[in-house]
Design a protein around this ligand. Structure first.
Ligand code: AMP
Ligand code: MG
Length: 525
């Protein structure tokens, strides 16, 4: 039989792991199973809005196939590929610090896995209808949040941040009711479906759920499966391998969050069900980009009170989440010591890797014992007055040893929102910081050009500022989808100078300061 779109389907998850025996699509608690079979919902009037050429290529889908009716139907859930059995995964999670019980793919439906060019990728629709895990919600996604996920996951990839990717963005043609700010003002919005792609969508919560249910057997089956299929270099699963596995998850999680800190990305909902076992950024919900550098900032209005997932807490929360994963793996290892040693290594690794990342941002090649002070003071001065993070670091690469330190502030002037605030002690502290930075640069042996190059490949020029995504959303709501493509193209080369795109290298406009969607986002998507 001819394979539609020539996809080389090689399902593993739903072939090798235990399935929920119930096939009806109604809400339920699912036991002793990793997933439930489910069929995506047919949609009223599907329309493809955008596809990622690179992701198409990584799956072996030609441009022609991507424009076909089959492609549209498959990636909006209206047609099932032959010999595939879509399913929703069962997982639990700690939400905002509390165990929340069974969550699961409430609106994500895995279509199949594709093997192509040494890649083995899972394809998952987000917003394709109800599943046994939909709880009280509708299984759907709205256009605004789908645009945000689609653009941001691809942008993160090009920034070099580990992430799930996106194949396609489509309108479902259905209307979806949402109360954006949870304030009693529900309204209909356009529904959409994104097809996400990753080597695996497994989360910490996929393992945790079995401990909550005292089901060590299925836990072992899933952990062994994960090691064999995604961490095969660690060897045959055993208690020793479980520790190596945990250590690698810890390493990857830490590295991912350090990347977030580097580019100013705030995930917004670092619940354990949103932590990928592969250390990839997953579930783009109420995320945001730091504009004014502020360790206390979170885009998520649901977290406004305690700011648990604020920018400055992300690294700490990563460790908290890893503790929960360790508690889970303990049931297989039955000894705490090894896990505790690995958990303790987190802060030691952080103390090395975080300053290294910051040295890269500052263009420093040589390590110096005083770097931590230089970095800490910078994080303080950046918060004295509203300072755009992206512009600051990008402009800082124009500061050289030939400059007087008092010229530093002029060189980075574009990054400040209110220049008049740079007076008195604020100005003094900045000048003092530039004094130390200049002294530090003078100890470097690399040329100014080499430093600039290092800084420009670490500090992006273009990120998906919150208001940029919102502009694309506002246009899309009116039926104009051009900006989606413009931003998609822009963010493919975030470190390059793009003279024709200079308008996107600018501080957030004032209108966006308090606008819903730009500075305030909720989980309602
Ligand atoms: P999130 O905060 O987006 O990570 O979602 C937490 C849980 O709620 C996950 O189990 C999601 O699948 C589920 N969920 C979120 N939105 C919906 C929705 N519209 N319909 C069904 N389930 C949802
Ligand atoms: Mg989630």
């Amino acid at each position: 039989m001819q394979k539609p779109m020539n996809l080389n389907i090689e399902d593993r998850f739903n072939k090798k792991l235990p399935a929920d025996p119930i096939l009806e699509n109604h809400r339920r608690q699912v036991f002793k199973a990793c997933y439930s079979f489910v069929t995506p919902k047919k949609t009223a009037a599907p329309k493809m809005l955008h596809t990622s050429p690179e992701v198409l290529e990584s799956l072996g889908i030609s441009k022609e196939d991507a424009e076909s009716d089959t492609f549209l139907k498959v990636f909006t859930g209206n047609e099932i590929l032959p010999n595939t059995s879509p399913y929703a995964m069962c997982y639990g999670g700690h939400q905002f610090g509390n165990w929340a019980g069974q969550l699961g793919d409430g609106r994500a439906i895995n279509l199949c896995e594709v093997a192509f060019n040494n890649n083995h990728l899972a394809l998952q629709l987000k917003g394709a209808g109800e599943t046994p895990y939909s709880r009280t919600a509708d299984g759907l996604a709205v256009l605004r949040s789908s645009i945000r996920e689609y653009l941001c996951s691809e942008a993160m990839y090009h920034l070099g941040v580990p992430t799930t990717r996106a194949l396609s963005l489509a309108l479902s043609g259905d209307q979806v009711l949402r109360d954006i700010m949870y304030n009693g003002n529900p309204a209909y919005e356009k529904g959409a479906v994104v097809c996400r792609v990753a080597e695996s969508f497994l989360r910490f919560g996929n393992y945790q759920i079995f401990v909550a249910r005292k089901d060590n057997a299925t836990l072992k089956t899933l952990v062994d499966y994960t090691i064999k299929n995604h961490f095969s270099h660690l060897g045959t699963p055993s208690k020793a391998t479980y520790l190596l596995f945990f250590e690698e998850v810890l390493d990857k999680t830490l590295d991912m969050i350090i990347h977030w800190q580097r580019v100013g990305f705030v995930h917004g909902v670092m619940n354990t069900d949103n932590m990928s076992i592969l250390g990839q950024t997953i579930d783009y919900g109420p995320y945001g980009w730091l504009e004014g550098y502020d360790l206390n900032w979170t885009p998520n209005t649901t977290d406004r009170q305690y700011k648990r997932y604020r920018y400055g807490a992300q690294l700490e929360i990563g460790l908290w989440n890893l503790h929960k994963l360790a508690n889970t793996l303990y049931y297989l290892i039955e000894e705490a010591e090894g896990l505790e040693t690995i958990l303790r290594s987190y802060s030691a690794k952080l103390k090395v890797r975080y300053p290294q990342m910051m040295r890269d941002k500052l263009g420093l090649f040589i390590k110096n014992e005083k770097d931590t002070e230089l970095i800490f003071e910078l994080e303080e001065v950046l918060q004295l007055t509203e300072t755009d993070m992206t512009i600051f670091f990008r402009k800082l690469s124009d500061f050289t040893t030939a400059n007087k330190s008092s010229e530093g502030l002029t060189i980075v002037a574009d990054s400040f929102y209110v220049l008049e605030e740079l007076s008195g002690t604020t100005k003094d502290r900045w000048n003092a910081w530039f004094d130390t930075y200049k002294e530090r640069l003078q100890r470097e042996t690399a040329s100014n050009a080499a430093r600039k190059q290092k800084m420009e490949s670490t500090n992006p020029k273009y990120v998906l500022r919150n208001y940029m995504a919102q502009l694309a959303i506002d246009d899309a709501d009116k039926g104009d989808y051009k900006l989606i493509d413009e931003l998609f193209q822009l963010l493919k080369k975030p470190y390059d100078e793009q003279s024709e795109n200079e308008k996107w290298f600018a501080k957030r406009p004032e209108w966006a300061r308090y606008k819903v969607g730009c500075s305030m986002l909720s989980c309602s998507s």
